[in-house]
Each structure stands twice: as C-alpha cells, then as structure tokens.
Design a protein around this ligand. Sequence first.
Ligand code: HEC
Length: 121
Amino acid sequence: MNNYVVMSIMIAFCTFCSLAEARVKTIGHGATLNFSAEGIPEMYRSSFETMQRKCVKCHSMERTVVAISTGRAPVTGQQFNKQAVKAYGIKMMRKPNSDMNKQEIRDVVVLLNFFIDENVK
Ligand code: HEC
C-alpha cells in the first residue's frame, strides 16, 4: 500500500469518528439527515422552526448538520465555527430569493451557536 492509500483511509476514518462522536442529536441520514427536535430548549423552539422552514429552500438540512457535527463546511471545506456561522448566515441571506430577513437569520445563527456549544460538551 502506498502512502496515499494509507492517508485516504485515515482521513475517511477520522471523518467517520468525528461524525460518530458528535453530541448534537440528529435523525435520518443522507438527504434526510436533520437535527433532532428532541432536547432543544424551549427558548430555541421558534428559531428551530424558522430554520426547518427557511434553510431547506435551496438545499437539504444535511449540509448544515454535517457542517455542525464535523466542524467543516461540506462544500468549501472551511472550518465551521461560530465566526463562520455568522458569516454564513449573512452569505445565505444575501443569496437571491433567500426569503429570509435579518431577524430570522439572527435567530438561526444563535441556534447554530447553541448546537456548536452542545457539540463540544
Ligand atoms: C437562496 C438559497 C439558499 C438558502 C435560503 C440557504 N442556502 Fe445554504 N447554501 C446555498 C448555496 C448555493 C450553497 C453552496 C455554497 C455557497 O454558495 O456558499 C449553500 C451552502 C451552505 C452550507 C455549506 C457551506 C460550505 O461552505 O460548505 C451550509 C452550512 C448552509 N448552506 C447552511 C444554510 C443555512 C443554515 C441556511 C438558513 C439560514 C441556508 N443555508 C439557506 C443556498 C442557500
């Protein structure tokens, strides 16, 4: 086996580990992967509903769940920390036809920060 193969296997394995260890509760898999509504504090409920309604307009929730649980944005491969979440919120809002206002984006950003905190516990 050459080094490249060994590296690829290790990377694949580490990706799997970080997914498996993620604390944030999820349901479904693949395109139906989503955050579980279970255990979400009352104060985040309406933000959770906003996200489920608005953030699936252009792509499934899979993208967001993968970004949160692995700490990596799946499309660009950038780190997905709190700073990135804020930048993404603004980026998503500015997309044509995002159909989201500032308040909705802010709510979702706060909720995603909560998920990030849950993950590192
Ligand atoms: C108007 C369409 C649209 C809406 C609404 C939208 N997105 Fe996206 N999203 C995209 C597109 C297009 C991409 C592909 C990468 C890019 O353009 O940044 C993307 C990529 C992403 C990524 C992966 C980014 C990466 O760099 O890998 C995440 C995470 C994400 N979106 C989360 C969200 C969240 C959370 C919401 C709700 C606040 C949302 N999206 C709403 C269009 C949208």
